[in-house]
Design a protein around this ligand. Sequence first.
Ligand SMILES: Cc1cc2nc3c(=O)[nH]c(=O)nc-3n(C[C@H](O)[C@H](O)[C@H](O)COP(=O)(O)O)c2cc1C
Length: 404
Amino acid sequence: MLGTGQDRRSFLKFLAASPLLASIPLPERALAQATSLQGVDALIANTADGLDVFDFEAVAARNIPPAHWGYLQTGVDGDETLRANREAFAQYQLRERRMVDVSKMDMGVELFGARYDSPIFMCPLGAQKAFHPEAEVAVARAAKVKNQLQVLSTVASLPIEDVARARVDPLWFQLYPTNSLDVSIKLAKRAEAAGCPVMMVTVDLTVGRNTETATRFLRTDTRQCTSCHSPRGSDNRTRAMFSGIDMSNVGFLSPSLSWDFIGTMKDATRMKVLIKGLETGEDAALAVKYGADGVVVSNHGGRASETGRGTLECLPEVVSAVKGRIPVLVDGGVRRGTDALKALALGATAVGIGRPYIWGLGAFGQPGVERVLGLLNNELRLAMAGVGARNVKEITPKALIRKA
Ligand SMILES: Cc1cc2nc3c(=O)[nH]c(=O)nc-3n(C[C@H](O)[C@H](O)[C@H](O)COP(=O)(O)O)c2cc1C
């Protein structure tokens, strides 16, 4: 976990800000406090001081209540897959090219007819009021300023219509199927009416999960949270997207989900239908066969099942099975522009971030999200120039070398 200086630095910053500090063994605690006191790793006071996404993580750790912080940071079981997502990027190094004229750079990408200024997009993350009162609307405003893609979760805190208004240009919708086809169709119709051109169907969370780290944090939190859910606890079926739908007999999970669901959804809506949460070449081939318009290689940020496999490790087999027929997006563990470059070089069309933009949101609201996007974009621009790529299409596998 603390393999690199960067990881260690951010971990120490996290410790210094963490309510769990008191339960941490003395030497680590002393070190965390010492680095913090020296001011070198002091928490940033404004967005401009943030030099990387980890600066925002530390401030968010201070601002966000423990139970919500645990919900954000958790993986499943022992968080192996969460770590594997990060570690996969370290398996590749960049091959620098010199004397390429990179005075004019274009980081834009086109996705289903819309142009975005960066291939980095914001993944669907539920219940964002848990991190900031302005939640998904603040994220939408930042997405608008940066002209970057935002995908709204089924379990968003705020109504899709409000978020779409703040985004101005269309956002995408993410669908959790539930066990009711009728509910899925109603959700899809509502997203379509709100102007969404694309829907991602998340298929990696159909049977439940064991979010151990979240539970441990929850135990330390004695507050009664009423800002984002009822005092009885969080129930996804009460989220804004389900208002007006009778959810009393609907199960949130969908263990019987099958490939036919994609065709059914395509018949029910004019939106493009992507599948989010694939990890294998076999499933990617099936996605094409069943008519998906795109796939997202994802393991839910290491929070669905404990495969121990980073998404960057899964990406090549998916790209090879898809054979260029539909776009392949990827997310999981992207914390640097160089990470995004590595994914693009391995064949991704666009690269998603989850937790980092929420760190920006939790730290400073909309300006924090903007700064996180800006930092990652700038890192990507520098990495692209380094490998001699003037635009996203010029990022090829030749930009990478696998560590021996
Ligand atoms: C707090 C949290 C909530 C999430 N909620 C959703 C969700 O509602 N729908 C979904 O498809 N994925 C959800 N995800 C997964 C993200 O869309 C994305 O796959 C993941 O966060 C990417 O990994 P990263 O956080 O390491 O960047 C969530 C992830 C987190 C951390």
